[in-house]
Design a protein around this ligand. Structure first.
Ligand SMILES: [Mn+2]
Length: 261
């Protein structure tokens, strides 16, 4: 039995399969956490979503997913609140006969998951907010999306007021300005940031020292450990790696390169 966490899939199903084989994943005994962004940008989005959905039915609570910004974007397109953009690869999902079943399942997934001191969140935790404040933000979003009509929440989710701020912190944040306001423009590697802009995790070691925070979302950052933060998006969809680590026995990361699936 092992406790695994794997970074952003973005429709890279072949690499996901290969990584599960590499780690000798046992769906009947192991646990698996996924950092979100299951779909979009990559090649096999419908197949990936079906695969994870089926795995969730098999594994129950031993499989935990948190929603990423691309998962939220899919839901806004599915709900008719937005239309897919030029670089989106969501058409196969939106046209599928089981689109409603998949998206109705996806929208009930949380934005934050905790087990003891271990935390799973797509983007990160804001250093000016406590863990319980993050819990409240995540629960508010989750309640809005998983309720009978998710459209009001999806319509407001890109605004600056709630629930937009909550979604920005939990699913889109990479960098903060010097006054700790969100900087949603910078996406590059942390050593190329303009003066006064810092990675969100710079201050996390003080605020969340006792936690182990597993995140994805920042492909240019890649895999790395920063105090209590384990960053797991190896940028597979961009030609990098899909990354797995064991939560229960942290050691080297396991990697599958794009195209090696
Ligand atoms: Mn993301």
């Amino acid at each position: 039995m092992a406790d695994w966490v794997i970074g952003d899939l973005h429709g890279c199903l072949d690499e996901f399969d290969a990584l599960l084989q590499l780690i000798r994943f046992d769906p009947s005994a192991d646990t698996l956490w996924l950092t979100g962004d299951l779909i979009n940008r990559g090649p096999k989005c419908l197949e990936t979503l079906r695969y994870v959905h089926t795995l969730h039915q098999e594994m129950g609570a031993r499989l935990q997913i948190v929603l990423g910004n691309h998962d939220v974007h899919l839901l806004t397109c599915w709900a008719g609140v937005r239309t897919p953009g030029r670089t989106d690869t969501l058409a196969s999902i939106l046209a599928a006969s089981d689109a409603n079943s998949l998206c109705n399942w996806l929208r009930t997934q949380p934005f934050l998951h905790e087990q003891g001191s271990h935390i799973l969140v797509h983007a990160g935790l804001h250093p000016s907010l406590s863990l319980s404040q993050h819990r409240a933000l995540a629960n508010g979003l989750h309640g809005g999306l998983s309720g009978s009509d998710p459209r009001p929440t999806l319509q407001a989710i890109y605004g600056e007021q709630q629930p937009g701020f909550a979604a920005a912190v939990l699913t889109r944040m990479r960098c903060l300005n010097a006054d700790l306001s969100l900087n949603l423009q910078e996406k590059g590697a942390p050593d190329n940031l303009p003066d006064g802009v810092m990675p969100w995790y710079t201050l996390a070691a003080h605020r969340f020292a006792d936690a182990q925070i597993h995140t994805g979302h920042w492909a240019a950052l890649g895999y790395g450990v920063y105090g209590p933060v384990v960053a797991l998006d190896g940028g597979c969809v961009w030609g990098g790696d899909l990354v797995a680590v064991r939560r229960d026995a942290p050691a080297r990361p396991y990697r599958i390169s794009r195209g090696a699936g």
